[in-house]
Design a protein around this ligand. Structure first.
Ligand SMILES: [Zn+2]
Length: 390
């Protein structure tokens, strides 16, 4: 199928192109051009969005659930509702994210979710659904002091043997693994996971500055929801947060919902980490897109009040954030423009994945994952692998 999409502006997102036209063919972007410089073949259908902006589909690297679905419980078919919810909020690719649980439960969930990733690859659907493109394993090699709501009784000492079982259960589909670098043996694990092509992300960690630097030297190149479930940034004890910020090659996730991070801290982080390596994630759980009430995050009971997710002990247990809202929050809290804000949910997460599939960019040959935005960042339309609502 071939069609052309036109809009006032295209954010590639590194380039700002006025009077833009994208030519889509068989699920891929065939051309990106200014209107008038490209004549699409005769009878090409045109979809026009005057006054709107085109951007790459958002990529969320940290999703536990949404629309009532919890990824730890869900089989392949059960992810449809979550994936439709994500697409409504501009997300075209995401990593289902596993929580700490008994090893057998993690193994079963890895197997199930890897099957969902494989199915999305081999049997693409015509429905408007975000595509799971790999898995994020958050735990069980985390700090007891900074485990957040991860059940402390299921944390594990670092074990290369257990890691190998996870890897096999997931059939190599683990893209990100969150690890606390201060645990005995963590650097060896980081090196081994990196060797297998996993992006090791430092997080749920009480590491001091030197311990975090050792984790980075061993291969870690990302950080999980910076400042949350992390040794705090202090002037005589800079800790893991400063080690991550000071390492130019290390990217970092942030949950920009105004609940996990005060707006001023978000602004400070964005100044320090800049346009190249800050990554917006939601850490969303099953209540995202739903009303306040009682929900589950893995085995944890969560009460959602005013959009804040709280465990019975009153700890934050994921979020109800959507990624389009996170982009708009960056615009309002840090006064960034739409183009720069969009980069934090497209180009930057794509580079974390080092994706060979050219996600996060509008360029010739890239998958036609496209969102249509209003100037204030509202999602007007989502196109997933060339599928568009008509
Ligand atoms: Zn999480």
């Amino acid at each position: 199928m071939r069609f052309a999409v036109t809009a006032s502006v295209c954010l590639t997102p590194r380039r700002y192109l006025q009077n833009a036209m994208l030519l889509i063919e068989d699920g891929l972007i065939a051309a990106v051009a200014e209107q008038g410089t490209l004549e699409p073949p005769q009878n090409t259908r045109r979809i026009e969005f005057p006054g709107a902006l085109l951007a790459p589909g958002y990529i969320d690297l940290h999703v536990h659930g949404g629309a009532g679905c919890d990824v730890m419980q869900a089989g392949a078919g059960a992810l449809a509702g979550l994936e439709q919810h994500l697409a409504r909020h501009g997300v075209t690719s995401y990593l289902p994210t596993l929580l700490t649980a008994p090893a057998d439960e993690i193994l079963a969930a890895l197997d199930r979710l890897a099957a969902a990733v494989e199915q999305a690859e081999t049997e693409p659907t015509a429905e408007l659904r975000a595509q799971p493109i790999g898995l994020h394993l958050e735990g069980p090699f985390l700090s007891r002091e900074q485990c957040g709501v991860h059940p402390v009784e299921h944390l594990q000492p670092v074990s290369l043997e257990l890691f190998s079982r996870f890897w096999e259960a997931a059939r190599g589909r683990i893209k990100i693994m969150t690890v606390a670098p201060e645990l005995p043996g963590a650097c060896e694990l980081i090196a081994e996971a990196t060797r297998r092509g996993i992006c090791v992300s430092l997080g749920h960690s009480n590491a001091d500055y030197a311990e975090a630097r050792a984790g980075i030297a061993a291969g870690a190149r990302h950080a999980t929801h910076i400042f949350n479930a992390m040794r705090p940034l202090r002037h005589r004890d800079p800790g893991i947060a400063a080690a991550v910020i000071n390492a130019p090659a290390v990217s970092a996730e942030i949950i920009a919902d105004g609940i996990h991070i005060a707006p001023g801290m978000l602004e400070l982080f964005l100044r320090a980490k800049g346009r190249e390596s800050a990554v917006l994630v939601t850490d969303a759980m099953s209540a995202a897109g739903m009303a306040d009430g009682h929900y589950r995050l893995g085995s944890i009971e969560v009460e959602v009040r005013g959009g804040a997710c709280l465990s019975p002990e009153g700890k934050l247990a994921g979020s109800t954030l959507t990624l389009d809202q996170a982009v708009r929050n960056v615009m309002s809290y840090a006064r960034w423009d739409l183009q720069d804000s969009v980069r934090l949910a497209t180009d930057n997460p794509a580079r974390v994945l080092a994706a060979a599939t050219r996600l996060g960019t509008l360029a010739e040959g890239a998958p036609a994952n496209i969102i249509v935005l209003s100037p204030s960042g509202e999602v007007l339309q989502t196109i997933v692998r060339g599928n568009v609502k008509t």
